[in-house]
Ligand binder design. Structure first.
Ligand code: G3P
Ligand code: CA
Length: 243
């Protein structure tokens, strides 16, 4: 099985990140899966949005969780590289699951925010995954072990991944103790030795965020579960060349 092609925040390289347009375009570009980020609104709806604050991506100011869903969806997503595409709004996880369930795509939901006040995030995400019957087509990841523990206890049938910027021995121990199925490692930390070590302990590796052609080529030669990229079209082309 070749390494899966996961689109980071959708087709982020060419379209406004974490929008339905970026997800649809990633699918058209040949992605096998979509990586996206979730957090809660003030009225406890699960929205797809990377940053804690709305400032970088909208005309608004302040934290996502200081707005209701209705207030957030009044903002248009701004993307300096695509001033022609200013009509996208912040999607809910429910919007996304409704769309993706009729495609063959896998999904990697990343649980954002270490904030204690967002403790209901896992419960809400689990409920949405269950309601859409998406348990077998998903991986839930997080940098935060308490969030992974909660999602594993609420949805034990779903695969999970520990996100880590740098590899060390405690990564293997933590991944076994939680336990998660995957380790999602920053590309700079991925070597053949690390992949082998993870496999020895029954853990598959995926890596992020790989956009450079030479890096893609090198990583594509290893036995990885997925490469997460802003440019699913580039990875698709490279994998086609190497078929
Ligand atoms: O899931 C991998 C990657 O998305 C983690 O970093 O900041 O892009 O969410 P970030
Ligand atoms: Ca992410």
């Amino acid at each position: 099985m070749r390494t899966r092609n996961f689109a980071h925040r959708g087709f982020k390289g060419e379209f406004p990140e974490n929008t339905m347009l970026a997800f649809e375009e990633a699918y058209k570009a040949g992605a096998d899966g979509i990586e996206l980020d979730v957090r809660l609104t003030r009225d406890k709806e699960v929205v797809i949005f990377h940053d804690e604050n709305v400032d970088r991506l909208t005309e608004g100011k302040g934290t996502v969780d200081s707005y209701t869903l209705k207030e957030l969806q009044a903002f248009k997503i701004k993307d300096p590289k695509r001033p022609d595409l200013m009509e996208q709004t912040i999607p809910t996880l429910a919007d996304y699951l409704n769309w993706v369930k009729d495609t063959p795509l896998l999904t990697n939901i990343e649980l954002k925010t270490k904030d204690e006040k967002d403790r209901e995030l896992e419960e809400k995400v689990a409920e949405l995954i269950r309601r859409h019957g998406m348990q077998s087509k998903l991986i839930v990841s997080s940098f935060y072990q308490d969030r992974l523990e909660r999602i594993i206890s609420q949805l034990p049938e779903v695969q999970t991944a520990l996100l880590v910027p740098h590899f060390n021995e405690s990564v293997i121990t933590d991944s076994k103790n939680l336990p998660v199925d995957f380790i999602h490692l920053k590309a700079v930390s991925v070597t053949p030795e690390v992949v082998e070590e993870a496999h020895r302990h029954g853990k598959a590796i995926s890596t992020w965020t790989v956009n450079d052609y030479e890096d893609m080529k090198k990583l594509n030669e290893l036995v990885l579960f997925a490469i997460i990229t802003d440019f699913p079209d580039r990875l698709k082309a490279l994998q086609k060349e190497e078929e």
